[in-house]
Design a protein around this ligand. Sequence first.
Ligand SMILES: Cc1ncc(COP(=O)(O)O)c(C=O)c1O
Length: 370
Amino acid sequence: MDFIDLKTQYRRIKPSVDARIAKVLEHGAYVMGPEVVELEQVLAKYIGTKHCVSVASGTDALMIALMALDIGPGDEVITAPFTFFASAEVIALVGATPVFVDIDPRTYNLDPQQLEAAITTRTRAVMPVSLYGQCADFDAINAIACKHNLPVIEDAAQSFGAAYKGKKSNALSLIGATSFFPSKPLGAYGDGGALFTDDDNLARLMREIRLHGQDRRYHHPRLGLTGRLDTIQAAVLLAKMEIFDDEVAARVRFGARYSELLAEAFAGQPNTIRTPYVEPFNTCVYAQYTIEVENREIFETRMKALGVPTAVHYPQALHTQPAFDHLELPEDRYPAAVAAARRVISLPMHPYLTEEQQVRVVAAVREAAA
Ligand SMILES: Cc1ncc(COP(=O)(O)O)c(C=O)c1O
C-alpha cells in the first residue's frame, strides 16, 4: 500500500500527460512557454480570481507575495506555529520576524480569537495556513486584519481545491499562495506553485518579482528571483486539471469514509484516537488525513509492522525549531501547537484508495492503538 499513490493517477492520465509533455519537447519553449499562459488562465478561472501567477514552488509563492507587499527587516508577519517550516521560513528569508499565533486545536489552523493580541505597530501582514486541506476561518481573520489595515496572505499549499463558505481556497483574501509539490492535492512532476489575487498592481509586481524584478527586458526596478514555473510542469498540471474535480470528490468521500469507519471501530472507546474535525462551512480536500493518538511512537512502529505506511505532519512546532532559537520563545508559549506536534499522525490518503484498503488501514489503526 502506498501512502500517496501517484502511479495509478499517471496510468489514468497517461495519454494526455504524455501528449502534452511531448508537445513541449517539440516546441522547445521550456521556460515561459504557451502552456504556462494556458495554465494560468485555467487556474484563475477555477479559483475565481482575476489573476493567477504561476511560480517555481509554494515557498517561492509565499516569498514573492511578501516581497510584492514590500515586507522586510523591522517588519512582523503573523503565522501559525503548527505547519510546514516554509510558512515561517519565508518571513525570515525576507528579513522580517515571524510572530506566531497558536492554533485552534480542533482544526489545527490559526485561532482567530488569539490574533488581535499578537498585532503590534510593526505587524505588516497576516499569513494563516489552511492546514491538511481545510481552510482557516477567513471571515474572522479578514475582519480583524481589516480593522488594523493589514493584508492577508493565505498559505494554501495544502488546500488547493478546498472551499470555505462556498468560495475556493486561494480566493479568500488579498493573496492566495499554493504549492504543486507532487504529493499536494494538485501536484506536478516536480516543484511548482501559484499565486492568486484580484489586485492588478500586486499581480504585476508578483510577475516582475518571479522574473528577477524585471519590468522590461534587462531593466530591474526591484530585486526578484528565478521564480518561474517550468513549461513541462504547466503541461502536467493542465493534464491533471482535466480530472481534478473528480479527484477532489474522491478525497472528500474517502475522508468521510475513514471517519465513519474509525468511529465504528472505536465505538466503545471514544477517547483512544481523534479523527479530523471539519467545520460545517468547509470542504476539506484532505491533503492529509491526520488523526491523533496517545503513544505515537508505539503506534507508528505497530502500523509499520502491519504494513500500513504513516507519516507525521509535523513532529515539532515551529517556535521550537533551532532556526528560530533567536526568537527566544518558550516551548509552552503555544500549547495547542506543541500538543498537536506530539500526537498527530497521517494515514494513507489519495484519490485512488479502494474500499478494501481503507478497511485494512482502519483495522490496522484499531490494532495499533490497542
Ligand atoms: C503549509 C505549507 N506551506 C508551504 C509549503 C511550501 O511549498 P513547496 O514545497 O512547494 O515549496 C508547503 C509544502 O510542503 C506547505 O505544506
